[in-house]
Design a protein around this ligand. Structure first.
Ligand code: XIL
Length: 348
């Protein structure tokens, strides 16, 4: 009789615990090491400086951070030769204070460039000097403190060819290999990545990215990893099996892989069925990463729906992340946590 009361009390306590936020031993970052990966998020540095609950959530759940905007060209070098590291420093200091790794983002990309650069009519010689100075100033400043860099991003178009951009037009197709060399010179220990979207599964773009990676490796370019962004919707997501196969062929080139910016946009207001389907998609993509030894990290593009870029860029869409606007865990959080917990006794 007494035993039965005890058992019932224990079951009740267990049910209660399920509804509570994760205890320190059961957060994503506590579970990630035994699953063999890092668990990351993009960070909005303005929010970090003003919203204490947001900062606490980041520190509790993640052990890898990527600045969402704070290290982009227009933020870091708003005028020629004038570097502004206020936001980037805040991010790196926050990461260090909380035992998190930093992924620097992004060194050569065709977006969020300052007008002085895009309107400057520079010739290829000048552009090379500007890009080299930009890359080396950033990478040198954070040498030994930023473990990895997204050196190049979104250089491949939808057909798998080298995208025509400000950089490819201005410097020529070699701009990417040059950027990797300059970054490597500035910090030979840093893990250097290429980062792109829409090339996660199979298709022309994935093949184009693979070919570009193969060519860079063949030429001896110091490149060590590929970030598959994984901005998805319920209607438009790669199959986990394709992602696994794609990661494996990249691994065969000697490259680590990362899911670098996952979010899953939903039509607003999000239905319960969509939130459940979103949870399943997060789980499937995390499991694809867990199944490939060379997949080293899984990052989301923002921690809470409050600071997600999706509603601004895709009107009517949102609710894309693991935590709601109020900071409460969504079904997707629970499915990611379960998958990490299940991986504990797995491959690594
Ligand atoms: C987005 C940010 O989230 C927005 O705040 C900003 O206005 C535009 O850029 N792929 C990337 C990221 O690599 O840098 C982009 O971030 C989202 C798509």
């Amino acid at each position: 009789m007494q035993l039965r009361i005890l058992v019932t009390a224990a079951a009740f306590a267990a049910a209660l615990i399920g509804a509570l936020p994760a205890s320190a031993a059961d957060t994503l970052r506590a579970l990630a090491p035994s699953a063999g990966i890092r668990i990351g998020t993009a960070v909005n540095v303005e929010a970090l400086n003003t919203d204490a609950a947001y900062a606490r959530l980041l520190a509790r759940e993640f052990n890898l951070v990527t600045p969402e905007n704070a290290m982009k060209f227009s933020v870091v070098q708003p005028e020629r030769g004038r570097f502004d590291f206020a936001q980037a420093d805040a991010l790196v200091e926050f990461a260090e204070a909380n035992g998190m790794q930093v992924n620097g983002h992004v060194l050569v990309w065709h977006q969020q460039l300052p007008d002085w650069l895009t309107q400057g009519n520079f010739d290829s010689h000048e552009l090379k000097a500007i890009l080299r100075e930009h890359i080396q100033t950033l990478v040198t400043r954070y040498r030994g403190r930023v473990a990895s860099w997204d050196v190049g991003a979104e250089a491949v178009d939808e057909n798998g060819r080298l995208r025509e951009t400000f950089w490819s037009r201005g410097i020529g197709p070699d701009y990417l290999a040059l950027a990797f060399r300059w970054a490597h010179e500035a910090d030979p220990q840093a893990h250097l990545r290429y980062n792109d979207y829409g090339g996660e599964g199979d298709g022309a773009k994935s093949d184009g990215i693979y070919d570009l990676m193969a060519e860079l490796r063949r030429k001896g370019t110091p490149i060590h990893g590929v970030g598959l962004q994984m901005h998805a919707s319920l209607k438009d997501a790669p199959r986990a099996s394709e992602v696994r196969i794609n990661m494996k062929r990249l691994a065969a080139l000697g490259l680590e892989t990362h899911i670098s910016e996952m979010d899953v946009m939903l039509t607003l207001p999000a239905s319960r069925a969509d939130l459940r389907a979103q949870a399943a998609l997060y789980r499937d993509m995390l499991q694809a990463c867990l199944a490939v030894p060379q997949c080293r990290s899984f990052s989301v593009w923002g921690a809470t729906d409050r600071y997600s870029w999706i509603p601004d860029f895709f009107p009517g869409q949102g609710a894309a992340l693991l935590f709601g606007e109020d900071g409460r865990a969504k079904p997707a959080y629970n499915s990611v946590r379960r998958a990490l917990r299940a991986a504990k006794t797995g491959k690594r």
